[in-house]
Design a protein. Structure first.
Length: 531
């Protein structure tokens, strides 16, 4: 494909001045891409906008209030069946970076010892991520915003030419800017606005760099406590917390113990306030999208750039008597928005294919012409981005959901000095302190869950989309046997074996590793530290 026309000289001179003022054109460790990159005239740019805890329902209900995100939808393709395979922030981000299920990258929680950025580095995973794959192919790589939970300090991970990562916990206002930590006073500087500046100006690069770029933009919003920009205070004041049929579920006698142990909801006003703040915080994200798209247009790069908009996991708020959070295998937590805009991608189109966060890394690799390592479990979405996608029946029939046990009484550690958020202090309930690990298989119309304590759930999603009626005790034994078989094939699968197991083909048999997440841990794997 032909490279888009570069920016006008006057625009470029202005961009240089702005970049000099904000320091957005510096690269760590002498890794200025102009020193090592040959001009590339036929490869697309790739941009990932990764929100934090954004559920599908928020955009479905209030999409018109976010005009720039709505523009992405109008000009791109929406995947109506996009899911994450581990609905927790850090495991999901590790999956996006590596294209693996959690049982393979072994980042099972948000902090040590089960997860966190430190464990990701200790396992050697930073040496082989989508950033390193694309950089080896001559891409200029930039990260702006949230990287992984428990990341802090001034270290720049491998594979990134330019780095503006949030340093500290999710309430931090510090950015590691290419190895130098800078604090942004939240009074004059709303952090998502700072990220918008960094993301937009990262597009303004000297023409002589000649290289395509990969840009990761990780927002704080709408993660609780969902701090909106001051200019957005008072918006959405009349919006009511959604109440689906499963909200404050009346009869949970068929649910597992960790759900049954929760009383009826008594914190609805606090949940209502958080919901409105989540909506408000997304207004700054929408403005970020607008600024970034404007920068791509101004530089002449928009028509040569793939933009992916998604979230690291979903979010529940009152469903099944659960207050606010994620982690479960319920639809609210595993289903995420995914919109793709780019060269040849049909505008205003919706696809029903089941796609995963496991698929993002191999997709970016194929778009960039990079090799995908054999350890990758996901599949490239490139065949779905044109006007003639393959049939749904031949794509993916099932996938694995896994979540380890991490939380317990007093088990939330301080993250780089962050205080324990009030929304956690006020809900010391069974939903946090009593939940076991889980493994589940999700098909087109079924969700089958096995918990580490021996309990089970089974839902017919075609008849019961809100997952009110657990059918496990009265299910047809033949159906249970098939679902158990699917779960057994996916549990511990590796690489191509995962893709085969998701299709349900015979070549998935025997292509797996020992262990699983339902018990909260894994059996050791040979070569576990290898990238």
């Amino acid at each position: 494909m032909a490279r888009a026309t570069r920016m006008r000289p006057k625009t470029w001179r202005l961009a240089v001045v702005v970049l000099a003022m904000v320091g957005a054109c510096s690269f760590p460790g002498g890794s200025d891409p102009s020193d090592r990159l040959a001009p590339a005239t036929d490869r697309p740019n790739v941009v990932l906008i990764l929100t934090d805890d954004l559920d599908v329902g928020l955009l479905r209900r209030h999409g018109p209030r976010y005009p720039n995100i709505a523009r992405l939808v109008a000009e791109g393709t929406t995947f109506e069946n996009a899911f994450v395979t581990d609905p927790l922030c850090c495991p999901s981000r590790a999956t996006i970076l590596r294209g693996q299920y959690s049982h393979n990258h072994r980042i099972l929680g948000n902090w040590s010892p089960l997860g966190g950025a430190g464990k990701f580095r200790a396992l050697g995973h930073e040496e082989s991520t989508v950033a390193t794959w694309l950089r080896e192919e001559g891409y200029a790589t930039t990260l702006v915003g949230k990287y992984m939970n428990d990341y802090g300090g001034d270290r720049v991970p491998a594979g990134w030419d330019a780095w503006y990562g949030i340093s500290g916990g999710h309430l931090s206002h510090d950015l590691n800017e290419n190895g130098s930590v800078r604090h942004y006073d939240p009074a004059p500087f709303h952090l998502d606005d700072v990220l918008a500046e960094r993301a937009a100006y990262s597009v303004f690069r000297p023409p002589e760099y000649g290289a395509p770029f990969f840009l990761w933009v990780g927002t704080q919003a709408p993660h609780a406590p969902a701090d909106p920009a001051p200019r957005h205070e008072g918006t959405f004041s009349g919006v009511r917390l959604p109440r689906s049929p499963s909200f404050d579920e009346g009869d949970v006698s068929d649910k597992p113990d960790w759900v049954r142990d929760n009383p009826r909801l008594d914190e609805i006003p606090a949940m209502q306030g958080l919901y409105r703040d989540r909506l408000r915080s997304m207004l700054a994200v929408d403005e970020l999208v607008g600024r970034l798209m404007g920068a791509l247009e101004e530089t002449g790069e928009l028509e040569n750039t793939y933009v992916f908009f998604t979230s690291d996991n979903g979010w529940h708020a009152g469903e099944h008597r659960l207050t606010t959070g994620k982690w479960t295998a319920y639809e609210e937590d595993i289903r995420v928005p995914l919109v793709v805009r780019g060269p040849g991608v049909p505008g205003g189109k919706t696809l029903p294919h089941t796609v995963l966060n496991n698929d993002l890394a191999p997709t970016f690799a194929e778009l960039a012409g990079a090799d995908t390592p054999k350890f990758v479990d996901g599949r490239s979405l490139v065949p779905l981005l044109g006007r003639g996608p393959p049939p749904v029946d031949g794509w993916r029939a099932a996938f694995l959901v896994e979540a380890a046990t991490e939380l317990g009484p007093g088990a939330i550690p301080p993250l780089s000095g962050d205080p324990l958020p009030d929304y956690w202090r006020k809900v010391p309930r069974a939903e946090y302190w009593g939940r076991p690990g889980l493994e589940a298989v999700r098909t087109e119309d079924r969700l089958y869950v096995e918990y580490g304590d021996g309990e089970h759930e089974l839902y017919d999603l075609s008849e019961d989309p809100h997952q009110l009626n657990n059918l496990y005790e009265k299910a047809d034994p033949a159906l249970l046997a098939r679902l158990r078989g699917r779960l057994a094939a996916l549990r511990g699968c590796l690489g191509s074996g995962c893709r085969a197991a998701e299709r349900g083909t015979d070549d998935a048999v025997g292509v797996h590793s020992p262990g699983g997440l339902a018990g909260g841990g894994l059996a050791p794997l040979a070569g576990d530290g290898d990238p």
